[in-house]
Every structure is written in C-alpha cells, then in structure tokens.
Design a binder for this molecule. Sequence first.
Ligand code: ZN
Length: 164
Amino acid sequence: MKYIQPFILLPMFEVSDNQHIYKMENFQETDQKFQYFNRPKQELKVIDEILGEAKLANAFTHWTYAATGKRFMITDVQGWQIELGHFNLTGPIVFSPVPDQLGYVDWGLDGMESWMKKHICNDICNDLPMIEDQNLIYQCMNYMEQFQNNSFQEQINVILGSHN
Ligand SMILES: [Zn+2]
C-alpha cells in the first residue's frame, strides 16, 4: 500500500488572522477505478470481479490501530488497486490521541473504537501481527510532540523535516 507523496503549499502573501497551508499532489492517471475502501465511520466491502474482495485496506486500518497501541488510526483509505495486494492511495484521515488535532475529522479514540466495533476481521487481519510496535509508537508520539509545542512556522518545519 503506497500513499502518494503530497506537497505543502504556503501562500507568499500575509494572511492577517488565519494562516493557511494547502496540500497538493501530482496529477495521477490510471485506468483503474478510484474507490473508497473504507470511510472514517466504517469499513466498506469492495469487491472486484477479477481481484476479488479488497481486504487489505481494512486490515491496514485495523493494523494502524493495533500497532500504535490504540493511539492512531488511518481511515478513509481511498485510491485504486493496481494488482492483487497493491494499492495507490491518497487523502488519508488520521485519528489521534487528541480529537481535532489532525483536522476536523480527527475523532480521536472514540472514532477508533467506533470504527473497530463495525469492523469484521478478515483473513489478512488474522495473518498480521496485531500487536503494539514500540518503535512506531515512539516515532508517532515524538512527531506529535514536536508538532504540538511549536509555532505555525515551526510546525511547517516539522512537516518538511520529516521528508528529509
Ligand atoms: Zn481486523
């Protein structure tokens, strides 16, 4: 599963009250169908006549929740399937320990638990190690800490720095 690398755009003019940033991605061209594999509220059952049921996306969302020890969850998995088990994805929604901190649809632990209640584990879930990954948790929490305690400009540096 591969997310398309976004770019951050900063307007070069002064904005008095609110500072805005924009996220952009390169135009993607494919003859595959763009699909939502799950949404922030629940998983979706996507069945392709050739590739079968797309189970990986929902297992992935479950895994993000398990591996981060219920601290984060990536939902709204959307994009297109290239071949069996290979997806190009865009526009994730992330639930974090502090609701709203990662956007308007960051529903925090409530969002994660609500998603999990409606999720039915598939065979990929059963094959994945659904256990906490301490290194991943450390990286995520460290990133959030840098992000939270900083000014707007420093937050931008944190975002940009993560790709260097
Ligand atoms: Zn599952």
